[in-house]
Ligand binder design. Structure first.
Ligand code: BGC
Length: 764
């Protein structure tokens, strides 16, 4: 009897427990621990959540899901309402938010601000200004209802022909690290996410989904990974996007060494990693590598489900990735029920865009103070781009802005008189290009169309009624392809235009200015002697033309400096012979034979002349450097360098002060100098000075030693070079590192899968 009672009580207890379990409310993200939420998920839910809804979500929604949350979104993740898991929306891209401006069914528009391209921003050398740009960009992300801006893009500008260089910042990782950190801080200050992309060594667009970048560990650590490392450590992006390419034999998204050993173990990245859109091939390998989220996703669903069921992948791996995905989701505005206004302050953002555009433009030449304008009213405005300004490049980095003022319009607005007969010629030309095209709606039609050839007589006819000639040269490029070598040079028509306009105007003692509205480096050496001044205006966003006119008329004193070198000719580029890869038409391998000698590191070390060097840019005023002083001549844990910069000219201006380090390079070879610090002065009035302070730490001195997989600062004599550019060094000071320092040991991963014979100073 007693036994029966005990048994009955036990049974009652078990049944009650089961009942309670069944009726227990499901855990909710945000309320319960992430682990509890994961434990409550079905296998199917788990697999759905490690991938997006697929690009098909626009036309063919998977079960039960609403089609589009934000028209123009690049992708989105699954919602699991029973667990409180909201969807997230991912949108492009580096120069502003990319969404559809007038979606069907809405009675208002969703235009976004086109900010200057990353290249133009980098040339400001002003991380605080870039942070302001990021803040404005991130506000549009928030107020239009997105959660993630797929930006910044920070691959090294290894070769001027890379189609996406305009989306990237520089050839130098330190400059990239500082500028992109500002961008991430700015965007994320809105409580929205960035996605630092494309991780890593995505420097070629040709065959981008399969090409294998073969890079030495040293070049990776010092050049290709360094910017990512800095941004991860300095600005903590919420997410990182792996790239399309393979790196040393493995797709980056499938590369455990890259995504886990380097990014998470070495750099302590705490966020989520997503793939580039349909990047990589093997979903199981991606999951194992730590590429948490597959974008745009969906098509890998069956494969992953099968893999878990047949134990090709341990569910613990999926659960580990889910922790990072859920932690990310819980931070997003959509999860926090942010009610977006659809009304970001576009007027204020346009002003920020213009301020950044003005600071990123680089004055390359200004003979006899041709600029700023002096007694100029009537302008002969040449070049189709003067009438069709190019604010940015093509591809996912495009922005759907409301209006990009043209240079002609901006001159009109500022009270200048642009030659009407010439304007008519160009307007007519542009109209006919559009009318005769098959795709009249292609907004890039004119950018890619050859320049109008003007005969001598037509040019000569302009001289009499104009005070000056301005010629704009335009170039565009974008995602998915690289520029042909021919695109590097100006065309015969363009060169002829510059030559003939210059001849005609100079004969009448009138000046000629060339404005470059370009996204990537072009040849200048074979035509730059002709005009009086050259303004490199880049693709500077929707307000770029206004910024150009402000600089030409002297309202703004240019203060941009080159974030990359301008070679004399394409064949001088260190990667020219190996770009895009082998075989040349559909390259499979790209051998980074130049190793660490990218950009100025190469030109300076191997004494190859450049047309304009890294860090170069002139001003309407002059600056004098004085009193370089080090706090010690023996390096202990840091060294502090101070220098005073004085505006000795007649116009207020800002100067970019650059610190290059020359290292002993005895046991390990080093480039002749490397950028280790920079600062932009405030607007200095004539006669005004500012003291600039730089701090170097052991890492600033260190190189990557492959044999021990560590950063080592080699003992010996170092020279600090303070310059106005990488060549224009104004002041130097020495210090001694008495003992070699082993600064940091890192994971010994990412061996090249093909033997590389790298360029070296030491003949071998
Ligand atoms: C690009 C990414 C972009 C993604 C989503 C890819 O093709 O490489 O930069 O963020 O598409 O549009």
């Amino acid at each position: 009897m007693k036994k029966k009672i005990i048994l009955a009580a036990l049974l009652f207890f078990v049944v009650t427990c089961l009942f309670a379990q069944k009726n227990k409310p499901a855990p909710k993200l945000g309320k319960n621990k992430v682990a509890e939420v994961i434990a409550a998920m079905t296998l199917e839910e788990k697999i759905h959540l490690v991938m997006g809804l697929g690009q098909a979500c626009w036309t063919n929604p998977p079960t039960g899901e609403k089609t589009v949350l934000l028209e123009g979104e690049a992708g989105r993740t699954w919602a699991i309402p029973r667990l409180g898991i909201t969807a997230t929306v991912e949108t492009d891209g580096p120069a502003g938010l990319r969404i559809v401006p007038h979606p069907q069914g809405l009675n208002f528009t969703r235009y976004c601000t086109a900010f200057p391209t990353a290249t133009a921003l980098a040339c400001t050398w002003n991380p605080e200004l870039v942070e302001q740009v990021g803040k404005a960009m991130g506000n549009e992300v928030l107020e239009y209802g997105s959660d993630v801006l797929l930006a910044p893009a920070i691959n090294i500008q290894r070769n001027p022909l890379c189609g996406r260089n305009f989306e990237y910042y520089s050839e130098d990782p330190y400059l990239i690290g500082k500028m992109a950190s500002g961008m991430v801080r700015g965007i994320q200050s809105n409580g929205v996410s960035t996605s630092l992309k494309h991780f890593a060594a995505n420097n070629i667009e040709t065959n981008r989904g399969a090409i294998n970048a073969v890079v030495s560990q040293r070049a990776l650590r010092e050049i290709y990974l360094r910017g990512f490392e800095m941004v991860v450590k300095e600005a903590q992006p919420w997410t990182v996007m792996s790239s399309y390419n393979k790196l040393n034999g493995f797709y980056t998204s499938e590369n455990y060494g890259l995504i886990t050993s380097v990014l998470r173990d070495d750099w302590k990245f705490k966020g989520m990693v997503m793939s580039d859109w349909a990047g990589g091939k093997d979903a199981v390998a991606q999951m194992k590598a730590g590429n948490d989220l597959l974008m745009p996703g969906d098509y890998q669903y069956d494969e992953l489900l099968r893999a878990v069921k047949n134990k090709t992948i341990d569910i613990k791996v999926i659960d580990r990735n889910l922790v990072r995905i859920l932690t990310f989701i819980a931070k997003t505005p959509r999860f926090k029920n942010h009610v977006y206004s659809n009304k970001p302050d576009l007027t204020a953002h346009a002003q920020i865009s213009q301020a950044a555009a003005s600071e990123g433009m680089v004055l390359l030449k200004n003979n006899n103070d041709a600029l700023p304008f002096n007694h100029i009213r009537r302008i002969a405005l040449f070049g189709k781009t003067s009438y069709r300004y190019i604010p940015g490049g093509t591809g996912s980095g495009e922005v759907n802005y409301e209006k990009a003022t043209t240079i002609k319009e901006s001159f009109d607005k500022n009270g200048f008189e642009v030659s009407k007969p010439l304007a008519d010629i160009y307007t007519h030309f542009i109209d006919s290009v559009i009318q005769t095209s098959k795709d009249k709606n292609d907004k890039f039609l004119v950018d890619f169309h050859p320049e109008l050839a003007l005969d001598k007589e037509r040019i000569a006819a302009q001289v009499k009624d104009a005070d000056i000639a301005i010629i704009t040269i335009g170039r565009n490029a974008g995602e998915g392809y690289d520029r042909p070598v021919s695109d590097f040079s100006l065309t015969a028509t363009e060169k002829q235009l510059i030559k003939q306009v210059t001849a005609a105007f100079h004969a009448a003692n009138k000046k000629v200015i060339v404005v470059l509205n370009i996204g990537g480096v072009v040849a200048t050496a074979d035509w730059r002697d002709a005009p009086d001044a050259i303004l490199l205006a880049w693709q500077a966003g929707q307000e770029g033309a206004n910024a150009i006119v402000d600089i030409l008329k002297g309202k703004v004193n240019p203060s941009g400096k080159l974030s990359m070198s301008f070679p004399m000719q394409y064949s001088d580029v260190p990667s020219a012979k190996s770009f895009p890869g082998e075989p040349i038409d559909t390259p499979i391998n790209a051998l980074y034979k130049e190793g660490i000698y990218v950009g100025y590191r190469y030109y300076q070390t191997f004494k190859v002349p450049t047309a304009y060097e890294f860090g170069y840019g002139i001003s309407y005023t002059q600056f004098k450097y004085a009193n370089l002083h080090l706090n010690t001549s023996t390096f202990q844990n840091e060294i502090i360098a101070k220098v005073t910069v004085k505006n000795t000219g007649k116009i207020a201006g800002k100067e970019v002060v650059q610190l290059y380090l020359h290292a002993p390079g005895i046991e390990i070879e080093k480039p002749v100098e490397e950028l280790k610090g920079f600062a932009k002065t405030r607007l200095l009035q004539p006669g005004e000075s500012q003291e600039i302070t730089f701090t170097l730490n052991p890492r600033s001195l260190a190189s990557f030693w492959t044999s021990s997989s560590s950063w080592v600062a080699e003992k010996g004599k170092y020279e600090i070079r303070i310059g106005s550019s990488s060549k224009d060094i104004r002041s130097t000071a020495d210090f001694e590192l008495p003992k070699t320092i082993a600064v940091e040991k890192v994971s010994p991963v990412l061996y090249p899968n093909i033997a590389l014979k790298e360029l070296s100073k030491v003949p071998n």
